[in-house]
Design a protein around this ligand. Structure first.
Ligand code: SIN
Length: 290
């Protein structure tokens, strides 16, 4: 792993906006990513609280809420306050609620969701803007989720690498979904989405640049030889996985994490077998990356 120091101290220097919040409390996990939000009941947030949640998400990239008690429909309604909801191309959902994805692993599972760094469903031509995960059953220990700041990962690249990546696109594919959910009785589709996206995308709200390739979905860089693509992608994956860009969230029952897929990658730990971890994800639709 490369050192992310320069001769002038850390290669990224963040100066967060410390102006106060008035309708919610915001407790940062790290200066670089993640904040726990308090003093709000997500069943009935006021307009002022919603504005501040938007601000906290833009500033912290992933926000966490504890001790929330939402019905499935309230969870979906909270998601709809951020936009239309996204339908997962493969994963199982709760009966009659196609937008409420099931997140579940137990002693009989042969896989768990989200093991490995990724941005949700980046194979879609219009990948999700954000994901709102509500965990209702936790293992006694473990099952944490790691989040990484892709603005910071981009900022910490050398100017030469930034120039190299400028204008490049990469192929993202969902073909690995084939067979993945067969233990839930989900039949395979004839085909799964794929799309070409810029390697560096511009966030439509903050205007900042973020690295947008991930191990879960990105297959290759377009327009360069395959061996070069593999070399560059493996460098970028190692670089973006630096702990400097990360926070790690320890779940409790009835916690919610809301992350912005446009500038965050996440990685769920399956270190709790044979215990059960279970909940639902509501995913907010997004735009074509530019
Ligand atoms: C996912 O949505 O990728 C799963 C994340 C998690 O279970 O923590």
């Amino acid at each position: 792993m490369s050192s992310l120091r320069s001769n002038n101290g850390p290669r990224i220097k963040y100066t967060p906006d410390d102006s106060p919040y008035e309708a919610i409390s915001v407790d940062k996990l790290t200066p670089i990513i993640g904040a726990e939000i308090g003093d709000v009941d997500l069943r009935e947030p006021s307009n002022r609280q919603m504005d501040e949640i938007h601000r906290a998400l833009a500033e912290n990239l992933v926000v966490f809420f504890r001790d929330q008690h939402l019905t499935p429909r309230e969870h979906l309604d909270f998601g709809r306050r951020f936009g239309d909801l996204h339908l997962h191309p493969a994963a199982p959902s709760e009966p009659g609620l196609p937008e409420l994805m099931i997140i579940h692993a137990d002693k009989d599972s042969f896989r768990a969701n989200g093991e490995g760094w990724h941005s949700d469903v980046s194979c879609d031509p219009e990948p999700p803007m954000g994901s709102i995960l509500y965990i209702k059953k936790c293992p006694p220990r473990g099952g944490d989720t790691l989040f990484a700041n892709m603005y910071a990962a981009y900022d910490a690249l050398s100017d030469r690498m930034k120039t190299y990546l400028e204008g490049l696109t990469a192929r993202h594919s969902g073909e690995h979904y084939r067979g993945q959910y067969k233990n839930y009785g989900v039949a395979d589709k004839e085909s799964y989405p794929y799309a070409d996206h810029p390697v560096v995308r511009t966030h439509p709200v903050t205007g900042k640049k973020a690295l947008y390739v991930n191990k879960g979905f990105t297959k290759y860089l377009n327009g360069v030889p395959r061996d070069e693509s593999e070399g560059i992608l493996s460098y970028l994956y190692e670089h973006m996985a630096s702990p400097l860009f990360q926070c790690r969230f320890r779940w409790q029952e009835n916690s919610i994490a809301f992350w912005d897929n446009r500038c965050v990658q996440h990685h769920a730990m399956w270190d709790y077998w044979p215990h059960t971890r279970s909940g639902n994800r509501v995913t907010v639709a997004g735009d074509r990356p530019f």
